[in-house]
Every structure is written in C-alpha cells, then in structure tokens.
Design a protein around this ligand. Structure first.
Ligand code: ZN
Ligand code: FE
Length: 257
C-alpha cells in the first residue's frame, strides 16, 4: 500500500492509497475530485473505496463526482455521520474493520472536532514497518482540531486512543497547520527542547515548500501540547490542576492565538 499525498484548497491534504499489484486505489477525505481523478489516471488505478473521517465539506466535497466516474466505489464514514456524508453506504463504529490492498484498517471513534468523527488505523504488516493513521481533523501535527461539536473530555478521550498507538505510526492528518501549531506550542511549552528542535526543522521544511505531513506518534507525544495534558509544566502554564482542565484551557488559548 503506497500513500500519495495530494495538496488541495488552501491547506488540505487528500491521501490516495494505491495498490500497484491490483491497480486499485482508495482515497481518504476527498475534498475535491479533479486532482484525485487526475492521479488515478496517471497511476492507471481504479477507485474502489472512499474513507471519510467526518462530514465537513473540505473532507467529503469530492465524494459524488468520484462516484460518477467510479459507480462501484464504496463510501465509508462514521455511523454518527449518517445523513451528513454525501453518498455514504457504510456506517462505521469503533472497532469495525475496513480493508484495502490486503491491509486491514481498524476504526476508532474519535468525537470532539465533530460528533461523528472517526479515524482509520492500518497496523504495520512486517517487522520494522510503520502503521498508518488517517485521523482527519482530530490530531494534527503539533496540534488538534477545534471543538465544534464535542467537549474537552471527549477530545481528551479521543486523542488518548491515538496517543496509545506505536511511536513509529505515521500520522496522516488532513491539514498543513504544523508551523502555526508549533508557534502556539512554543507559547505554552517554550522550554521543551524537543519542541524547539522540531520548530526549527518545520520552519526550514516550510521555507523550502515541503510538506510536514505525515508526522509520527512518537514526535507528537514529545512536542504536541494537546497530547501532553499530564505534564506539570504545561498544567502550570495554563494554571490548571488536572488533564481535562489543562486540555480545555490550552484549546481555549489556541482558539484565540
Ligand atoms: Zn473538519
Ligand atoms: Fe478540515
């Protein structure tokens, strides 16, 4: 399974999963259809699955046009998003399994950004390989999604599930927000040497026009304030006493940043 990253709109990423043996493809969160259709053409691949993480238009906007071109495509989304994802046929719950290219993907229910948000995790197949996590707008590189339809407690619970994955897991989040996220992170966790190092690396990558996605779970655990609600220094930075309150205050500050 090869993962192709397609930058679209101002800062979205669509991920196209490709099985070169079977000449098939699956797409995660197609905001728009034309660049997906173009890449499918170049690869000579047939689209078999659309994996949506949540109902926002910058994640599902291409569903219908892709189905027009590939009528047999199967459109997946969360059960709680019933009625909100165009063309949805499969309504997934926590623990459900999906399949692509001989790989099995596990579904996590991760409400918070929206009430129906799910993530897809494809565990590694071989020794020394990394798993692939497609987490939409829940976990970002250096940040997390805004709470449009969920509570801080829900989001802490959702992010805890993703934080528990192996450190090498690649984090394919749906937006290029990393630099801004790390600027905020430095404002609350400025003494963190891993964060300082990462910030300089990301700054250089962005100045060269490079993508900073995928990230990895391990580096997120070390540098992302929205996974570090147990850290006494972060709790002190927002004058909070426990994890959910810490998360809530961090999220509130980020909303104003
Ligand atoms: Zn969203
Ligand atoms: Fe989004």
């Amino acid at each position: 399974m090869q993962v192709n990253r397609i930058p679209v709109l101002s800062d979205n990423y669509i991920f196209l999963l490709h099985d070169p043996q079977q000449h098939t493809a699956a797409v995660v969160d197609p905001a728009v259809a034309p660049p997906v259709l173009q890449l499918l053409e170049e690869l000579g691949a047939k689209l078999v699955s659309i994996f949506n993480t949540h109902h926002h238009s910058d994640h599902v906007g291409g569903n219908r046009q892709l189905r027009q071109r590939f009528p047999e495509v199967c459109i997946y989304g969360g059960a709680e998003d019933r009625g909100r994802i165009p063309g949805q046929q499969v309504f997934l719950l926590e623990g459900d399994l999906v399949e692509f290219a001989g790989r099995v993907g596990e579904v996590f229910f991760v409400p918070g950004h929206t009430r129906g948000h799910i993530a897809y995790y494809f565990p590694p197949v071989g020794e020394g390989e990394a798993g692939e996590l497609f987490c939409g707008d829940t976990l970002f590189a250096g940040g997390c999604g805004r709470l449009f339809e969920g509570s801080p407690a829900q989001m802490v619970d959702s992010l805890s599930k993703l934080r528990a994955l192996p450190d090498a897991t690649r984090v394919w989040c749906a937006h290029e927000y990393t630099l801004k996220n790390l600027q905020f992170a430095l404002s609350v966790d400025g003494e963190n040497p891993d964060l300082q190092t990462r910030y300089h690396q990301v700054q250089e990558a962005r100045s060269r026009g490079e993508a900073t996605v995928p990230s990895q779970v391990g580096i997120e655990k070390l540098t992302n304030p929205f996974l570090r609600w147990e850290q006494p220094s972060l709790q002190a930075a927002v004058k909070a006493k426990e994890p959910v309150q810490t998360f809530a205050r961090l999220r509130g500050r980020k909303d104003q940043f």
